[in-house]
Design a protein around this ligand. Structure first.
Ligand SMILES: NC(=O)C1=CN([C@@H]2O[C@H](COP(=O)(O)OP(=O)(O)OC[C@H]3O[C@@H](n4cnc5c(N)ncnc54)[C@H](O)[C@@H]3O)[C@@H](O)[C@H]2O)C=CC1
Ligand SMILES: O=C([O-])CC(=O)C(=O)O
Length: 359
């Protein structure tokens, strides 16, 4: 088996997009300094941590296709050299560099504007997202320590489950390092919105692209709270439809885990959702106006959400990340009941994440 040192040497040969200085391209005698590469075009620098995984690979591919990205860093503890070589051959603008293992984490993170984290283990049938806590909490802690040190001003899109606990973990790591900025830490709940739009469109006989369902709360079971009373375009559902849609949206992840029968959880729809969300963050950073998405972010009662320190809400994205957290808006009785259930579970999950760092 290839040693980590050998793999690191191999990745360093391919990771600068072209060959390192003084290394000749096989058989042609061309040196890197003689190539006419002009370096990266203007744009944002994005790192994907966990880039060789089920989500990481299609996510990296889709980010390579995003015209707002000028530099794409792909980091993982395994297999990043292959994924990097493969994606770097796509004839799109972003320059791709690969990084393998803890010793290259700092290089992967230095100078990044946006860090997307799909690193960690996925569920198998019969597991809850919270069952992933023991492994994923440590992974997220290590990666966030790297972010605090190397790119403290980057926007962080955290995908690793359980999101309801990993986001509080990340916040605590950043607080400890003195770099916490609540505007820049976003738990990715976009897949809940993507699913809600799809399932609601199916019930209403609409094109999902024309449907917008706010999904608030968190990212696990009853904490996933679709606000069907606020769907756009405005529409009415009967009681049966509301029960069906709420259950299906709350259990969408489990539906995929069971269908994959032990081979992991949602990866392709998640990569799509993550890229849709990352693109919104980048357009916000660029200064585009009116970008509203749902995300699991730092929160408080005084802005019309809940008393919980984190909550998924509609947020306005801008140059500094989350520029405004929207209030929940009017809820019907069904949604108010759902909110009480969500809050109880969320409170425990948030506390679990906080205690993991403070203990
Ligand atoms: N927020 C959301 O809506 C969703 C979250 N997820 C979560 O995303 C995570 C990843 O899922 P998959 O890609 O399917 O899993 P996967 O197992 O296919 O890929 C995970 C990748 O993370 C890498 N990794 C492990 N430890 C690492 C470390 N310390 N540093 C960097 N990379 C590391 C692995 O080597 C692997 O390549 C899981 O926790 C899953 O539950 C999945 C779907 C939706
Ligand atoms: O269900 C899982 O474990 C993965 C996930 O978060 C989702 O698909 O929403």
């Amino acid at each position: 088996m290839e040693s980590v040192a050998d793999a690191s040497r191999r990745i360093s040969r391919i990771s600068s997009h072209l060959l390192p200085p003084n290394i000749q391209m096989e058989g042609c005698g061309l040196r890197r300094e003689n190539c006419r590469a002009k370096g990266a075009a203007p744009g944002f620098k994005v790192a994907v941590l966990g880039a060789a995984g089920g989500i990481g690979q299609p996510l990296a591919m889709l980010m390579k296709m995003n015209p707002l990205v000028s530099v794409l860093h792909l980091y993982d503890v395994v297999n990043s050299p292959g994924v990097t070589a493969d994606i770097s051959h796509m004839d799109t603008g972003a320059v791709v560099r690969g990084f393998l293992g803890q010793s290259q984490l700092e290089d992967a993170l230095t100078g990044m504007d946006l860090v997307i984290i799909p690193a960690g283990v996925p569920r198998k049938p019969g597991m809850t997202r919270d069952d992933l806590f023991n492994i994923n909490a440590s992974i997220v802690k290590t990666l966030c320590e790297g972010i605090a040190k190397c790119c403290p001003n980057a926007i962080v899109n955290l995908i690793s489950n359980p999101v309801n606990s990993t986001v509080p973990i990340a916040a605590e790591v950043f607080k400890k390092a003195g770099t916490f900025d609540p505007k820049r830490l976003l738990g990715v709940t976009m897949l809940d919105v993507v699913r809600a739009n799809t399932f609601v469109a199916e019930v209403l006989g609409l094109d999902p692209r024309d449907v917008d369902v706010p999904v608030v709360g968190g990212h696990a079971g009853v904490t996933i709270l679709p606000l069907l009373s606020q769907v756009k375009p405005p529409c009415a559902f009967n009681a049966k439809e509301i029960d069906y849609l709420t259950n299906r949206i709350q259990n969408g992840g489990t539906e995929v885990v069971e269908a994959k029968a032990g081979a992991g959880s949602a990866t392709l729809s998640m990569a799509y959702a993550a890229v849709k969300f990352a693109d919104a963050c980048l357009r916000g950073l660029r200064g585009d106006a009116g970008i509203i998405q749902c995300a699991f972010v730092a929160s408080q009662a005084s802005i019309g959400v809940t008393e919980l320190p984190f909550f998924a809400s509609k947020v306005r994205l801008g140059r500094s990340g989350v520029e405004e957290v929207h209030p929940l808006g009017p809820l019907n009785e069904y949604e108010r009941d759902g909110l009480e259930k969500a809050k109880k579970e969320l409170e425990a999950s948030i506390q679990k994440g906080v205690s993991f760092i403070r203990k």
